[in-house]
Write a protein of this length. Structure first.
Length: 276
């Protein structure tokens, strides 16, 4: 996750041909959920579908119950991560319909949590949305992002794998950032990104989403577009979801934080296009 944007022109011909044929993506899927969109506790600000299409819910977790559903998520830990540690005990449900990722001090070290759908749910194309709060203390940042093994491949730009940071929260003044990374993390690494301001997100719950098309990424907060890009030629490979909190100076000095602090996630949902 880096912050200096570098735009890359799209591969126009490929994008146009595939974009015209967009029928929704593929990937490893869980069972189709029984929840009808109209019955969801909180409606999502879905973008208008193409003519003859509709949005259908293909995967979701409302974080009900008292234990993380490990048929959907892998809980990361215990190992070092940046300037802290990811530990399993810092990812849990609060019993009130929220996933909690906690950042805390544990003796001489600082810890936080991470959960991913790796090997359990991967998807390309569709609408990916997370509803969550915003951390207030310095030194750690929350993120909703997507990743796959192809991100490290070099030679086909981002089409065979792109790290898609739907949102990252390193700032405490209402700014947010969204980023794309491809061609690995070495000398061939490429990046595009944006930083924007939405002061209202500092309080309460808000939605952070990506509409991923074969020829374009469109990012939004509470249904309001924040960035669109075709950098890297647009990833065509299925990716898995990640909810993480990382510790490091990008977000300030963790030693000045009043800990523990809990990042609350209300839900994660994935929609796809289907024929009406």
């Amino acid at each position: 996750m880096m912050t200096l944007p570098k735009g890359v022109a799209p591969v126009v011909l490929f994008a146009v041909v595939v974009g015209l044929m967009w029928e929704g993506g593929s990937g490893v899927r869980a069972e189709a959920p029984k929840t009808d969109i109209s019955q969801l506790s909180q409606a999502d600000p879905l973008p208008p579908p193409p003519p003859g299409k509709k949005w259908v819910l293909v995967w979701h977790d409302e974080f009900d119950g008292d234990k993380i559903d490990e048929s959907k998520w892998t809980i990361y830990g215990d190992w070092p991560r940046r300037d802290g540690f990811w530990v399993k005990e810092d990812s849990y449900l609060d019993g009130k319909g929220h996933l909690v990722i906690c950042t805390k001090r544990d003796g001489e070290r600082f810890t936080s949590g991470a959960i991913v759908t790796r090997d359990k749910f991967l998807k390309n194309f569709g609408y990916f949305v997370c509803r969550c709060t915003h951390p207030k203390q310095p030194g750690h940042w929350a993120a909703f992002w997507m990743f796959g093994s192809g991100v490290g491949h070099v030679g086909d730009e981002g089409r065979d794998g792109t790290e898609i940071d739907i949102m990252e929260m390193p700032y405490r003044d209402g700014r947010l950032t969204s980023n794309l990374h491809w061609d690995g993390y070495g000398e061939d690494h490429k990046h595009a990104g944006t930083v924007f301001s939405r002061p209202e997100i500092l309080e309460g719950f808000h939605t952070y989403a990506l509409c991923w098309k074969p020829d374009e990424y469109v990012f939004d907060v509470d249904g309001k577009e924040t960035w669109r890009s075709s950098a890297g030629g647009v990833c065509q490979a299925p990716l898995y979801l990640k909810l993480t909190v990382e510790i490091g100076p990008w977000a300030g000095d963790i030693r000045k934080a009043d800990l523990p602090e809990e990042w609350l996630i209300d839900y994660v949902r994935v929609y796809d296009l289907a024929d009406e």
